[in-house]
Ligand binder design. Structure first.
Ligand SMILES: CC(C)(COP(=O)(O)OP(=O)(O)OC[C@H]1O[C@@H](n2cnc3c(N)ncnc32)[C@H](O)[C@@H]1OP(=O)(O)O)[C@@H](O)C(=O)NCCC(=O)NCCS
Length: 430
C-alpha cells in the first residue's frame, strides 16, 4: 500500500550498535561516533553505493552543543560524497521514528529516493552546564578590556555558582520525572508491582533468548572501544540472563520510595547506542535489485497533557495508524512496544482495551487486547536498554526481521515519548 502520493516507501536494511548501559563501554564515545560507526556498517552490509544517497536524517534527544546537527556529521563520513544533505530531529524517545518518517515523507513526496535515517544517544557524555551567574562572570571577563576588569568580573563568582547543572529526565512544563510519571500511571491504571516485575523478567528472558540464538546479534555492528580499540562490544550489556522474580521483587522503589512500585529492575536503564535504517522508494529498491525488509504502510503521532499520564499517548496514536493502514489489531502479526517502564507498557495495554481511551482518540471501539505471544517477542527496552534517540530505529529493524522469520505480513510498533507524545507505525512485509 502506498504511504502517500501513490508512493511506496521500502525499508531496505537496518543495523544498530550493541546497546551499552551508560557509564560503561561507550563512556568515552560521543553520539556522533556511535552514529557514524553504525551507519558505516549499514552501508557496508547493504553494499550501497554512497553516491546514490540523497540524504541523512538522524534523531538525538540530548544533542552535543559542539555538533548539534548529528545527521550532518554522519553524512560527512569519509566514504560519503560531501553533497549528501542532512538534518537532525528531536521528538524525545520517538526521535529515530521522527527521522524515519521524515525520510519516508521526503521519498513519498518524490523529493528523494534513497535516505538513511536513525538515531543515537550518549547518556555518558551529556553536556554539563554552568550556573547563569558563573556564565555571566565568564562572559564579563571575556568582554573586559583590562586585566583589572577581568579580575573584577571573575571576582563576582561565589562557591555555589560553581555547582554544575546536569540535564534532568524531567518534564520542563511540570517538573515531573519520567519515573514519577510511571509511578503515577501505575497507580491510576491499577498496575501492581508483581505485574511490573513479571513483565521485566519476561523482557530479560526473551532478550536473552534472542541474543543466544543470534536473532538480535545479527542486527548489531560490533563497536571497537576506545582508547585502545583492542576489544569490541558485541552484545547488549544490560540483558540479565540470570535475573529472577525473587531478585526483582527485592529491589526498592526508586521514584516513590515509600509507596512506589517502579524499581531499577522494571525500568529501562540509561543507555548509550545508535541505530539506523536504509530507506528507498519501492521502485528504486527494485531497480537496484534490493529485496526490502518491508514497507511503511502508515504512521501517526499524538500528544496529551504531560501533567496527566505522560507516557500514555501511544494509546491515542495506535488506532489512528491502524485506521490509516486500513487494518485492525487482529490483522497484526507482531507488535513491538517501546518499554520505557513496565508500568507504562502495561498502562498502554490497558488503554488499548479501554472504551474511554478509544473515545478520546475519536473511535467507537477500543484497539483491543494485544496477544502477549505477539508482543515484544525478543524483549524490549527494559532488558536491551534505551538510548533515547536510537530506540525507534532498533524497534523498526527488529519488527521487520522477525516478521520475515515468522512469515508474517503486518507489524505494529508504538513508542511513548516525553512531552506526553506517542507514536505508532504499521509496517508490511510485501
Ligand atoms: C531506574 C534508575 C534510576 C536506576 O538507576 P541505577 O540505580 O543506576 O540502576 P542500576 O543498574 O545500578 O540498578 C540498581 C540496583 O538494582 C539491581 N538490578 C537492576 N535490575 C535488576 C534486575 N533485572 N535483576 C536483579 N537486579 C537488578 C542492580 O544490580 C543494582 O544493584 P546494586 O545496587 O546492588 O548494584 C535508572 O535506570 C533510570 O533513571 N531509568 C529510567 C530512565 C528513564 O527515565 N528513561 C526514560 C524513559 S522514556
Amino acid at each position: 500500500m502506498p504511504l502517500a502520493n501513490g508512493k511506496r516507501v521500502a525499508i531496505v536494511a537496518g543495523v544498530r550498535t550493541p546497546f551499552s548501559k551508560s557509564g560503561t563501554l561507550y563512556r568515552r564515545m560521543t553520539a556522533v561516533e556511535l552514529a557514524r560507526s553504525c551507519v558505516a556498517e549499514l552501508v557496508q552490509r547493504s553494499e550501497l553505493d554512497t553516491s546514490i544517497i540523497d540524504g541523512v536524517v538522524f534523531g538525538t534527544v540530548v544533542p552535543s552543543v559542539l555538533a548539534p546537527n548529528i545527521a550532518r556529521e554522519v553524512s560527512l563520513l569519509p566514504h560519503f560524497p560531501k553533497g549528501v544533505q542532512a538534518f537532525s530531529v528531536s521528538r524525545a524517545c520517538a526521535s529515530a521514528n521522527q527521522a524515519i518518517t521524515d525520510a519516508a515523507d521526503q521519498i513519498a513526496l518524490g523529493h528523494t529516493h534513497v535516505m538513511i535515517a536513525g538515531g543515537a544517544e550518549s547518556l555518558s557524555m551529556v553536556p554539563i552546564l554552568h550556573s547563569a551567574r558563573f556564565a555571566e562572570a565568564l562572559m564579563g571577563a571575556s568582554r573586559a578590556k583590562s586585566l583589572g576588569g577581568r579580575i573584577k568580573a571573575l571576582g563576582q563568582i561565589r562557591p555555589r555558582d560553581l555547582i554544575p547543572i546536569t540535564p534532568a529526565i524531567a518534564e520542563p512544563s511540570t517538573g515531573e520525572t519520567m519515573g514519577e510519571s510511571a509511578e503515577k500511571m501505575a497507580k491510576i491504571n491499577g498496575i501492581s508491582r508483581e505485574e511490573q516485575d513479571e513483565f521485566a523478567l519476561r523482557s530479560h528472558r526473551l532478550a536473552a533468548a534472542g541474543t543466544a540464538d543470534g536473532r538480535l546479534t545479527a542486527e548489531m555492528a560490533p563497536v571497537w572501544i576506545p582508547p585502545k580499540y583492542e576489544t569490541a562490544a558485541t552484545v547488549d550489556n544490560g540483558v540479565r540472563t540470570d535475573t529472577t522474580l525473587e531478585q526483582l521483587k527485592a529491589l526498592k522503589p526508586v521514584f516513590d520510595r515509600r509507596y512506589g512500585s517502579v524499581t531499577a529492575g522494571n525500568s529501562s536503564p540509561l543507555t548509550d547506542g545508535a541505530a539506523a535504517v536504509l530507506l528507498m522508494s519501492a521502485e528504486r529498491a527494485e531497480a537496484l535489485g534490493y529485496e526490502p525488509l518491508g514497507y511503511i504502510r502508515s504512521y501517526a503521532y499524538a500528544a496529551l497533557d504531560p501533567g496527566e499520564q505522560l507516557l500514555q499517548a501511544p494509546v491515542l496514536a495506535a488506532p489512528v495508524a491502524l485506521q490509516r493502514a486500513g487494518l485492525a489489531l487482529p490483522d497484526i502479526d507482531l507488535v513491538e512496544m517501546h518499554e520505557a517502564f513496565a508500568a507504562q507498557v502495561l498502562s498502554n495495554l490497558r488503554g488499548f482495551e479501554s472504551p474511554e481511551w478509544a473515545a478520546r482518540a475519536g473511535f467507537s471501539t477500543p484497539v483491543g487486547t494485544v496477544d502477549r505471544a505477539r508482543l515484544n517477542v525478543m524483549g524490549g527496552s527494559i532488558a536491551l536498554g534505551h538510548p533515547f534517540g536510537a530506540t525507534g530505529a532498533r524497534i523498526t529493524t527488529t519488527l521487520l526481521n522477525e516478521l520475515h522469520r515468522r512469515g508474517g505480513q503486518f507489524g505494529l510498533m508504538t513508542v511513548c515519548a516525553a512531552g506526553g507524545m506517542g507514536f505508532a507505525m504499521v509496517v508490511e512485509r510485501r
